[in-house]
Design a protein around this ligand. Structure first.
Ligand SMILES: NC(=O)c1ccc[n+]([C@@H]2O[C@H](COP(=O)([O-])OP(=O)(O)OC[C@H]3O[C@@H](n4cnc5c(N)ncnc54)[C@H](OP(=O)(O)O)[C@@H]3O)[C@@H](O)[C@H]2O)c1
Length: 365
């Protein structure tokens, strides 16, 4: 490193709250951060000066320990981030200071397993092992680059690996204005499917339509079944991508063709499925009626991207190869509706929690 790095700042979660809003109000602070000291790092480590960090739903749920994976407090949140290489160890081959990179949240940051978990993206700097550091594909900005892997790998795992979505099929995407939902809309269109996108806000759904959805349906404006049946000539859809959960899941079971694939992606509408404060157990889990599953001959498919990939690492190389090619070609590009300076991390997290964001929200350290 030529000149010493200036001091920075980082967000710290001091302990798990009962809920994410309580974490934001009570247990999260912005603290001074000394720059990482190269003499204390591994020869394959890379120091990234962070330009943009994604503020995702999972980042929020982790603050109350209501996500399946726990980062041990005190910790710095920020699953995915992008920035400029500030220092690269002597054995960090292929990476040099000044490179514009994104960091793979599977291999570093609070969602990863192991010692790099402590370096989150809501900070001026993070340290990642060289294998977690990737050149930013295509002509993407830092704001776009920090929203690539988690969102699009989820969409790919759900629609392609689990859902076997084919060109010409119709897919119903719930939570389509969300980060993973919008990635699913884009990916489904790229695969040649027809997309019916749902959400609570007509204004947000207009953005989703501009991002490629063929039809948009505002929930709460009449029975979902009638609207979906009207759009599919009475047949129903081939695939449901459900990141919302709760009532809409049960309604969706009436919107499908016989033998449809039902993808359980998440439950943004019912975030308190698990207990708060990092306690294990899910007393409020969403039930699904077995009569409808049986009579419709449905395949109900759980789609946990990270857990499935830990169980079967061979899932990831073809997924990344396909996605990186599409990113390079500009065929997939995240939509980022909100950006905040790091000091306003509470406003950023509240915007995400309250549903103001379309696609992704980022912090600028
Ligand atoms: N399977 C996996 O591997 C995986 C990976 C990442 C995330 N997830 C999960 O997938 C879900 C979505 O994640 P995300 O990152 O896309 O979240 P997100 O960006 O916050 O989007 C969630 C969307 O759900 C809708 N929504 C939220 N609350 C709702 C409510 N009360 N009723 C109806 N709709 C509601 C919102 O759309 P409108 O405001 O337009 O209604 C929102 O845009 C979460 O449960 C997350 O934990 C799963």
């Amino acid at each position: 490193m030529s000149a010493p790095l200036p001091p920075g700042q980082r967000v710290v979660v001091s302990e798990f709250a009962e809920t994410p809003p309580e974490a934001i109000d009570t247990f999260m602070t912005l603290e001074p951060m000394p720059p990482p000291e190269p003499s204390s790092l591994d020869a394959r480590d890379v120091v990234v000066a962070i330009k943009s960090a994604s503020v995702g739903w999972v980042d929020l749920l982790m603050t109350s320990g209501q996500y399946q994976h726990l980062a041990k407090p005190p910790y710095c949140p920020g699953l995915e981030y992008a920035g400029v290489v500030a220092w690269a160890g002597p054995e960090a081959t292929g990476v040099a200071p000044g490179d514009e990179v994104l960091v793979d949240g599977f291999l570093a940051g609070p969602r990863s397993l192991g010692e790099y978990q402590r370096w989150g993206g809501f900070a001026s700097y993070a340290v990642a092992p060289v294998e977690a550091v990737r050149r930013i594909p295509g002509r993407m900005s830092f704001d776009e680059a920090c929203n690539l892997l988690g969102n699009y790998e989820t969409a790919y795992h759900c629609l392609v690996t689990r859902g076997r979505l084919k060109a010409g099929e119709t897919v119903l995407v719930h939570g389509a204005s969300g980060a993973t939902g919008l990635a699913a809309v884009q990916l489904a269109k790229l695969l040649g499917a027809r997309v019916i996108a749902t959400g609570r806000s007509a204004a947000k759904l207009e953005v989703v339509r501009a991002q490629g959805a063929d039809h948009v349906v505002t929930t709460g404006a009449g029975p979902l079944k009638e609207q979906v049946k009207a759009l599919t000539g009475g047949e129903g859809v081939d695939v449901v991508y459900d990141g919302v959960g709760g009532e809409i899941s049960v309604e969706s079971l009436r919107c499908v063709k016989f033998g449809a694939r039902y993808l359980i992606v998440g439950w943004a509408a019912t975030p308190f499925v698990a207990r708060g404060k990092g306690q294990r157990g899910a007393p409020n889990a969403n039930p699904l009626p077995t009569n409808l599953i049986m009579m419709k001959g449905l395949e109900v498919l759980g789609c946990p991207t990270f857990i499935a990939t830990v169980n079967d690492p061979s899932l990831r190389p073809p997924r990344l190869e396909a996605l990186m090619r599409w990113f390079e070609e500009g065929k997939l590009r995240p939509h980022v509706s909100h950006a905040f300076p790091l000091a306003e991390f509470k406003a950023a997290m509240r915007a995400k929690w309250s549903g103001e964001v379309v696609g992704s929200c980022v912090l600028h350290p």
